[in-house]
Design a protein around this ligand. Structure first.
Ligand SMILES: *Cc1c(COP(=O)(O)O)cnc(C)c1O
Length: 243
């Protein structure tokens, strides 16, 4: 996109017009290679650590859905970009004292992992907004340090969430341990999908895959990939001021 004034140094950093198109081309190739239609896989642009200018630029290219991890970082960005019709997905670790802001300002939560959060979000969802779209985060390989629900407990949580009036359960999010080996990546995503297979006929969303492993995730059935650095470039450190 041409800009009407010379871009500031800050604006030159994050992204250019081609990174979105390149990524979408790679995603479509990965889908076709897996015998899937490219339209089955949606790109969520993960904008944590990225500036308002960088998000605005992607929005002018037609990207409308953005993922954020930290409520305090996200709220000023959401306010600055109000009116563009963007949809915001919360993908980070959610604390109970932050649920009200998430219920008020986000369209999706990918990282639901306990009933208490779900109950608060449902109770706090404003009446004028549609139900909050949700995914349950699965603790992929039983790693105790990571967020997410144990696969054994997921059936009960599904039933409880589905009884809440202001949430709409869409599916699952998973984030396996990082590895550069595509075969290991695929094996981890395949295990996750296998565990979830009993629920997937009705809950169709599988939010899995990031910059380093989205091709494997698409091969194994991801319907949303969450991509930051491959789209925007490197992130600012958390806590740095974001223009
Ligand atoms: C940061 C983050 C991403 C994006 O990671 P990249 O490697 O920048 O693509 C995706 N999902 C979650 C939950 C994240 O925290």
């Amino acid at each position: 996109m041409p800009t009407e004034r010379p871009p500031s140094e800050h604006e030159l950093l994050p992204t250019d017009a081609s990174s979105l198109i390149n990524l979408q081309t790679c995603m479509a190739q990965a889908a076709r290679a897996a015998g899937r239609a490219p339209c089955e896989v949606t790109l969520l642009a993960v904008s944590k650590g990225q500036s308002v200018a960088a998000i605005r630029r992607l929005a002018t290219e037609g990207k409308m859905a953005f993922g954020e991890n930290y409520v305090q970082e996200a709220l000023p960005k959401i306010a600055a970009l109000e009116g563009l019709g963007l949809s915001w997905h919360f993908i980070g670790r959610l604390q109970t004292n932050k649920t009200r802001e998430v219920a008020q300002h986000f369209a999706w939560v990918h990282s639901l992992d306990r009933l208490r959060l779900a109950e608060r979000l449902s109770a706090q969802r404003p009446d004028h907004l549609p139900a909050l779209e949700c995914c349950i985060e699965i603790n992929v390989d039983g790693a105790p340090s990571k967020g997410g629900v144990d696969i054994a407990a997921v059936g009960d949580l599904i039933a409880a969430i589905q009884s809440l009036p202001r949430l709409r359960l869409r599916g699952f999010m998973g984030m396996p341990a990082m590895t550069d080996d595509p075969l290991q990546q695929r094996a981890a995503f395949r295990r996750l999908r296998g565990h979830l297979a009993p629920f997937l006929p009705t809950l169709e969303t599988l939010s899995m895959g990031t910059s380093g492993d989205y091709i494997a995730a698409i091969a194994e059935g991801a319907t949303i990939v969450r991509i930051g650095t491959a789209l925007f470039g490197a992130r600012a450190q958390r806590g740095e001021r974001l223009g």
